[in-house]
Design a protein around this ligand. Structure first.
Ligand code: ATP
Ligand code: MG
Length: 280
């Protein structure tokens, strides 16, 4: 049993959602392998067509949209206000996050003309509106945004160039409440996302210094990163209140919930509709 799938066969089966076992099959020779490939490909295509039929009949929106709606509803119910800020971000606002020429994240930014970029994160715009809301609203001020972010990424199955971030922040808390609030907020999001198993890890972030990551699984997939303030970055935004904030990747949450092998089929796509491959 020495023959394994050819690269083309392997990729085709993977995109059709073949199981790990099927992807690891071995055969006595190429003829046997090719015969089995044809059968397996047809069976997987039938399954994908069936899923597409169910999608059209009853699901009717991609998991990403459903998750965004679910998270939004839970956070609004919990007293957060949703904001919607521009996808185009000024370089100056990123610089206020310490992201300038020498910073590793700077290389990952999609720059546009005129010192603007496609936002690689939501935090600068949230800081921006918070500075006014802190003046106008009673504290704590609770806001969140869900929307596209963009980063030039070279790493495969866990990173997309465009992905969807949820960033929530509670500002104007009592200092002593910030640390304990983090796991409460994480739990709320994870429950709404339908993920029961996750853990916390202390991590060094290029932007925030020490962060608290929310991770999943043995291969520790990062689902979110949280930070607490007051923080050195706050000064640039004239923010002095204690805060807690967490950024989650929605496609990563979906990957875990759906046990998907890669991130590609979870995000915005021309090749997949709700995880179903369309060239079938
Ligand atoms: P990683 O270390 O996995 O590259 P990160 O620490 O750079 O992620 P953060 O800046 O902490 O990412 O962003 C918050 C969350 O956004 C991450 O925990 C992750 O869920 C998600 N995220 C970040 N980059 C990507 C990406 N390129 N594709 C999909 N999701 C991403
Ligand atoms: Mg992180």
């Amino acid at each position: 049993m020495s023959e394994t799938w050819s690269e083309v066969q392997y990729n085709r089966l993977a995109e059709l959602g073949a199981s790990k076992d099927d992807l690891q099959q071995t055969f006595c020779d190429a003829v046997a392998r090719n015969q089995f490939f044809q059968k397996l490909e047809q069976a997987l295509i039938q399954q994908q067509r069936e899923q597409l039929r169910i999608f059209q009949e009853s699901v009717r929106k991609p998991g990403l949209i459903g998750l965004e709606e679910a998270l939004s509803a839970v956070l609004i119910e919990a007293g957060f206000s949703r904001v919607s800020t521009p996808i185009i971000m000024a370089r100056g606002l990123l610089e206020k996050m310490g992201i300038d020429a020498g910073h590793p994240l700077n290389e990952q930014v999609y720059w546009l003309d005129d010192g603007k970029c496609l936002r690689p994160m939501l935090a600068p715009h949230l800081y921006f509106v918070l500075k006014d809301l802190l003046r106008l609203w009673d504290k704590p001020v609770r806001i969140f945004e869900i929307g596209p972010c963009f980063r030039k990424e070279s790493r495969g199955g866990r990173h997309s160039q465009e992905f969807t971030m949820l960033n929530l922040v509670e500002m104007g808390l009592k200092q002593e409440d910030c640390q304990s609030r983090m796991p409460e907020l994480a739990a709320m999001v994870m429950q709404a996302a339908g993920i029961a198993e996750y853990a916390f890890e202390t991590e060094e972030s290029e932007v925030y210094g020490t962060t608290m990551d929310i991770v999943s699984g043995q291969e520790t997939l990062e689902l979110g990163s949280g930070a607490v303030g007051p923080h050195v970055l706050d000064k640039a935004w004239k923010v002095t209140d204690p805060w807690v904030g967490i950024g989650f990747g929605l496609e990563r949450l979906l990957m875990v919930r759906e046990k998907a092998p890669g991130i590609a089929r979870m995000g915005r796509s021309l090749s997949y509709l709700n995880g179903v491959r369309l060239n079938i």
